[in-house]
Design a protein around this ligand. Structure first.
Ligand code: SF4
Length: 482
């Protein structure tokens, strides 16, 4: 994933930029950067944050950077922000999203004899590619519109010039962009909570494809929002921060709704309800409040030295770290029947190990309730690094065993239908493989009701393959009218 924060201020903006960017640390694990523009021109710092937090790495830079314009990012992949000089002038650029057709676009742009700096592993930096596409046009607005049209996937970005900041939300609004305001200063942020403690108030949420230009004196919309919204539902389920609001819906309260609706359909009577930290906790509170069954923490995360939730990227190390972080509370496990809520089941490995561990610690029963439906499709719109291939998903492995390699969309849709026999048998197989006493997923209709936004505005591709507007005939004909 990744996240960003920008400031346009009448005074020095570096501390706001530092804390605002730091508040996006839950969204990425590899690189972080800050670029400012001040009396000495553009100045920039980029660090590897794989093994130490943003604040530690940028401690010294805060004292050295000076400027009243700044953009910062946390990145799961490429070093950013990049400083570019072109016929449009000198500018800094940072992006969030995923370019699914990267090779095709690199080839297209390279045909005009453009060169790219190769990153480690010979990969092309997607933010550099975005800048090259923007540079093919005569203005930033035209260039941003052009790159948004070209990219399969999604691209939300900020561009900082010597005068101001362009902020653009991706074509279908899969990721959020907020503008905050305080006396003498405006900020741009992925997370709406990131500016609260800096004294900013909500000013505006950009719509899908909207482009806004921000200076210390104000902002103007350069490209209006479209009504083709497909905001990522996983923002609320899993990776958005609890304090944030997207499209006016708070993450924490959405998770309470999720848990309450899970409880409303349930018929088990465990001794306690627990959540797998971090996101599972809020879902579990919602379940406990609705059911009247006490909420408890049978294992607690050791946060002083394991503050980050995603790292590292290697799966076996991630599993080991996930295991080392969670420490059990024997008195809440031994002899107890537990109901455990996790945000989702991807491979199932961690949840199986957690369940085995609970049994070996004396648990009588472990009922599992994921806060979203079974994941059937990998995300191709965001760098949402929970699985590398669809066959990492436990559902797809089971379906392949039952149906073979060539499975039609119709058959997959049947496995997604909570009232079908295929769905029931797939769940029973997951339950048996992972060793749960019982298993019941959130239903798609309940999950959507938990968000409270019309399904037509949500991306639900992970679960039902709905939300790929760019490759959808009816959406494309609508887009032509925008
Ligand atoms: S496919 Fe899933 S993770 Fe990706 S944008 Fe859609 S809902 Fe979000």
């Amino acid at each position: 994933m990744g996240g960003f924060f920008g400031v346009a201020s009448k005074t020095d903006c570096v501390w706001d930029l530092f804390f605002g960017t730091d508040y996006h640390s839950h969204l990425g694990t590899r690189r972080a950067g800050m670029t400012v523009y001040g009396e000495k021109g553009f100045d920039r710092a980029i660090h590897d944050i794989t093994n130490s937090p943003f604040r530690t790495k940028f401690d010294r830079d805060v004292a050295e950077l000076k400027g009243n314009l700044g953009i910062g990012c946390i990145s799961d992949y490429e070093p950013q922000p990049l400083l570019i000089r072109s016929h449009l002038g000198t500018f800094a650029i940072t992006t969030v999203g995923r370019i699914d057709n990267l090779d095709e676009l690199v080839e297209e742009v390279s045909a005009g004899s453009t060169q790219f700096l190769a990153m480690s592993g010979s990969n092309i930096n997607p933010t550099e590619l975005a800048a090259s596409i923007i540079n093919q046009k005569d203005s930033f607005t035209e260039g941003i519109r052009y790159v948004q049209e070209k990219v399969d996937g999604s691209l939300t970005l900020m561009i900082m010039t010597e005068e101001g900041i362009y902020a653009a939300r991706d074509m279908y609004g899969r990721t959020p962009v907020m503008i905050g305001k305080k006396e003498g200063s405006y900020c741009v942020s992925f997370e709406s909570f990131a500016y609260i403690n800096l004294g900013y108030e909500d000013e505006k949420e950009l719509g899908p494809g909207e482009i806004v230009y921000i200076t210390p004196d104000g902002y103007e919309t350069l490209n209006p929002p479209s009504d083709m919204m497909k905001i990522c539902t996983f923002l609320w389920i899993y990776y958005g921060y609890p304090n944030s609001n997207y499209e006016g819906v708070n993450v924490e309260t959405m998770r309470y709704n999720c848990g309450a609706m899970l409880a409303g359909r349930d018929d088990v009577h465990p001794d306690i309800v627990a959540g797998v930290p971090d996101s599972g906790i809020a879902h579990a509170i919602g379940y406990a409040n609705r059911s009247g069954i006490p909420f408890a923490r049978p294992f607690i995360k050791y946060t002083p030295t394991w503050p980050r939730s995603f790292m590292p990227t290697d799966q076996s190390m991630r599993n080991l770290i996930a295991h080392m972080k969670l420490i059990p509370v024997d008195a809440l496990i031994r002899g107890k029947s537990l109901l455990l809520i996790d945000d989702s089941i991807v491979r199932g490995t961690q949840l199986r190990e957690t369940t085995e561990f609970l049994y070996s610690s004396g648990a009588k029963e472990v009922h599992v309730r994921p806060a979203c439906p079974p994941l059937l499709y990998g995300c191709k719109f965001l760098n949402f690094s929970r699985s590398n291939s669809e066959y990492d998903l436990i559902t797809r492995r089971i379906i392949r065993e039952r149906e073979g390699d060539d499975v039609s969309d119709e058959v997959l849709a049947d496995y997604a239908d909570p009232d079908s026999e295929n769905y029931r048998q797939m769940l029973e197989e997951i339950r048996a493989q992972l060793g749960f006493t019982s298993l019941r997923f959130h239903r798609l209709d309940d999950m959507i009701a938990s968000v409270g936004i019309d399904k037509s505005k949500l991306c639900t591709y992970c679960w039902d393959k709905q939300g790929d507007c760019k490759n959808c005939v009816s959406c494309n004909s609508n887009m032509n009218n925008i």
